[in-house]
Design a protein around this ligand. Structure first.
Ligand code: SF4
Ligand SMILES: [Fe+2]
Length: 294
């Protein structure tokens, strides 16, 4: 619960505010960019919602915020409950953003994939009745893909409830030692038709991306859309091994995908060839790799 006495002075006057418990995870800026922006080490309300849609998005941000740092002086109970009921948010073709980001994963995004051969959870949201019910209604969870050690959050609870198999890389397995499926080495592994686990060491030794249907790349903290640059981004500071990170970004040129769905940062959809070019531009910008070599 946000606390008015901790309201950040950077907030513009009005009903909605961010307090000083904000961990600057970016979730609110993704969900309601017309209302929230980054200011120093926090998010802040730079503009109060003016339309019903902006208000709804701001309430979605309030609900998804992993640490309850967003508050209202006067809560609209109807909008609040409708916004809460809107999660998980459908993205496309049975792929959902789960919402309810967890503080245990520093507010990382997690995703749900509805599929005939069994549903997937990608990283973990908070363990909540609403999500359990939703997953149950969709037929449960067969696999939980863990992109890396930072974002396991409540995966063990979901795995236990649904009897789901957790998939993690050997190098990050300390975060989920009793995972049912451990991927080793650098080779991509197909789990079910249409689902490929691609080891992408760099941010952590055991980072992996999940490629679904050669369209959706669930990228953990390996790759995201940088909204300021309007280009793909990859870690600069939190890097276990930069040379491996470079190889892992380059490796993505071997695959086709049009969506990047990250743990942290903005998601993006681009036509296949534009996405390949965006990966090439990232390699050039970050490591000065010439396009002619790619
Ligand atoms: S979602 Fe919450 S913790 Fe994350 S940046 Fe916004 S206010 Fe801060
Ligand atoms: Fe991470």
């Amino acid at each position: 619960m946000a606390n008015l006495s901790k309201r950040l002075p950077t907030n513009i006057d009005g009903n909605l505010y961010v307090d000083s418990t904000c961990i600057d995870c970016d979730t609110c800026r993704q969900l309601a960019p017309a209302t929230f922006k980054e200011d120093g080490d926090y998010s802040t309300v730079f503009r109060q919602p003016e339309t019903a849609q902006e208000e709804f998005s701001a309430y979605q941000a309030l609900i998804a915020c992993p640490v309850g740092s967003i508050g209202t002086k006067v809560k609209d109970a109807k909008v609040f409950s409708e916004a809460r009921a809107s999660f998980p948010l459908h993205i496309e073709d049975g792929v959902y953003y789960a919402g309810f980001n967890s503080e245990k994963s520093f507010g990382a995004n997690s995703y749900f994939i509805r599929h005939l051969s069994g549903n997937w959870l990608v990283d973990s949201p908070r363990y909540l009745k609403q999500l359990v019910r939703f997953f149950e209604d969709q037929g449960g969870l067969r696999y939980i893909f863990l992109s890396h050690e930072d974002d396991v959050a409540d995966a063990a609870h979901y795995a236990k409830y649904f009897g789901a198999k957790r998939i993690i890389h050997q190098a990050d397995v300390a975060a989920m030692p009793d995972a049912e499926r451990v991927i080793d080495g650098n080779e991509a592994v197909q789990i079910d038709p249409g689902f490929v686990c691609i080891p992408v060491p760099g941010h952590t030794a055991g980072s992996m991306a999940l490629l679904y249907q050669n369209r959706f790349l669930f990228s953990g903290d390996h790759l995201w859309w940088d909204r300021a640059l309007r280009q793909l981004g990859t870690p600069q500071n939190l890097v276990w091994d930069d040379a491996q990170l470079k190889r892992s970004v380059r490796k993505l040129l071997d695959y086709a995908f049009e969506w990047v769905l990250p743990g942290h940062g903005e998601r993006v959809q681009l036509p296949l060839e534009d996405m390949k070019n965006a990966v090439r531009q990232l390699l050039h910008r970050r490591w000065n790799v010439q396009h002619s070599l790619l």
